[in-house]
Design a protein around this ligand. Structure first.
Ligand SMILES: O=P(O)(O)O[C@@H]1[C@@H](OP(=O)(O)O)[C@H](OP(=O)(O)O)[C@H](O)[C@H](OP(=O)(O)O)[C@H]1OP(=O)(O)O
Ligand SMILES: Nc1ncnc2c1ncn2[C@@H]1O[C@H](COP(=O)(O)OP(=O)(O)O)[C@@H](O)[C@H]1O
Ligand SMILES: [Mg+2]
Ligand SMILES: [Mg+2]
Length: 375
């Protein structure tokens, strides 16, 4: 693809770096003209340019300021993704608000989010009125979803007695029986991949009556890597028997979320409401998730990087040919990497793991393509 080598800097916490920046990814990307370069967090970002693109999952005002400063010095850099767009996912209420904005019609399936309320203080926690609309059991989730261990600490609350142990600010969300399996949908630009994972088991009426008031848990779907990729894991969890949601339905939601959130790199957790069988609930959206767990992640990510770089070339070239206000600014626009028909990316390079999926969703419009790149 490339006549020249493009540099993509990555700024990731060390755990993330270890899982994501594997030799297999680095060498595949390099063979396609993409040099993945580690950003040294001990030095100012602005001294580490030029870079064609910055890939990041770091938090805080200082980091945001450093990105802005870099952008001023190197206006053509593509920042994946914009800190403000990512910021919406750091609060479990704003995270899911976007789901209700989506307008997607499917004949047989519907989607939404579970009933939930936000509780900021202890008084409200014990105020029965605040609770009127919710039915036990509920899941208490920290309001903040900033990647800290604390932000993943949840509790399944079976009755009012369980409320004593909760520490606001929290979101209380109705627990929905879903057969103990969640669907994780990974999005990389236009690419969408849905996989099955273990979840919490269903709670029967009988269990509800005899259970403890509260059960704490954390990252239930995140077993050790070797367990996850092993066939035995699928068998053990009876994941094999669980039917996947229709791929076109899931890709429509993924595409809708991507447009609405202006993000390229995220995943979301979906459960199928056991009461209906065709009603799906989105319960969590994560920025830059554990892509290394996704089949053929190296090829998917490399194709995505190549696509972004060729889009960038096109925009820079067309800007060079234009003057003044017609220029496509990199500064105010969000990346919505576009079609390029995704170059069959995935179908060419990806392995088959028995799942449906790995299909590019429909391309974006011309206008959206032009509205490409951002901070
Ligand atoms: O570490 P991994 O590979 O399990 O990835 C985590 C994700 O797992 P998943 O890909 O959804 O199975 C994980 O997803 P869940 O919240 O477990 O649904 C988060 O995205 C987590 O990031 P953070 O702690 O919320 O900032 C991700 O953690 P970081 O790698 O970003 O720290
Ligand atoms: N409303 C719900 N009904 C049933 N199970 C849920 C619900 N919300 C979360 N869970 C379970 O709890 C797990 C963790 O919740 P989630 O919101 O995904 O938090 P995290 O950000 O830590 O992954 C999910 O993977 C799922 O197994
Ligand atoms: Mg989750
Ligand atoms: Mg999460």
């Amino acid at each position: 693809m490339a006549e020249r080598i493009f540099s993509i800097g990555y700024a990731l916490a060390s755990k993330k770096q270890q899982s994501f920046i594997q030799d297999s990814l680095v060498s595949l990307a390099y063979s396609r003209g993409i040099d993945l370069v580690r950003i040294d967090m001990e030095r100012p970002l602005v001294d580490q340019g030029p870079l064609d693109c910055i890939l990041h999952k770091l938090y805080g005002d200082d980091w945001k300021r450093q990105l802005e400063e870099f952008k001023v010095k190197y206006p053509n850099v593509i920042i994946l993704d914009s800190p403000d767009a990512i910021g919406r996912l750091h609060n479990r209420i704003s995270m899911l608000q976007v789901v209700s904005e989506l307008k997607i019609e499917h004949q047989n399936e519907s989607f939404g989010i579970p009933k939930q309320i936000v509780i900021y203080d202890k008084e409200t926690l014990f105020d029965r009125q605040a609770w009127e609309s919710l039915k036990f059991p509920v899941i208490a989730k920290p309001l903040v979803a900033d990647g800290s261990a604390k932000s993943h600490k949840m509790a399944l609350v079976f009755n009012h007695d369980g409320l004593n142990k909760l520490k606001p600010p929290i979101v209380l969300q109705e627990f929905v029986n879903h057969g103990g399996v969640i669907f994780k949908v990974y999005v990389v630009g236009e690419y969408v991949k849905c996989v099955k994972r273990k979840s919490l088991p269903d709670v029967s009426e009988e269990k509800l009556e005899v259970s403890e008031a509260l059960l704490s848990f954390s990252q239930v779907s995140n077993l050790a890597n070797n367990e996850r990729i092993d066939d035995k894991y699928y068998k053990l969890m009876h994941l094999d028997d669980t039917e996947m949601p229709p791929h076109s339905f899931i890709t429509d939601i993924a595409r809708g979320l991507r447009r609405a959130m202006k993000l390229n790199l995220f995943n979301f957790d979906v459960i199928r409401d056991a009461r209906f069988g065709n009603r799906y609930l989105i319960i969590d959206i994560n920025y830059f998730p554990g892509y290394a767990k996704m089949p053929c992640y190296e090829a998917v990510l490399t194709d995505f990087f190549c696509d972004i770089m060729s889009l960038k070339e096109e925009v820079v070239k067309s800007n060079d040919e234009k003057d003044g206000p017609e220029k496509i600014g990199f500064d105010k626009r969000q990346v919505h990497i576009c079609d390029k028909e995704m170059r069959k990316i995935v179908s060419n390079t990806c392995c088959s793991d028995g799942d449906e999926g790995g299909l590019p969703v429909s391309p974006l419009s011309r206008e959206e393509k032009e509205n490409s790149i951002q901070v």
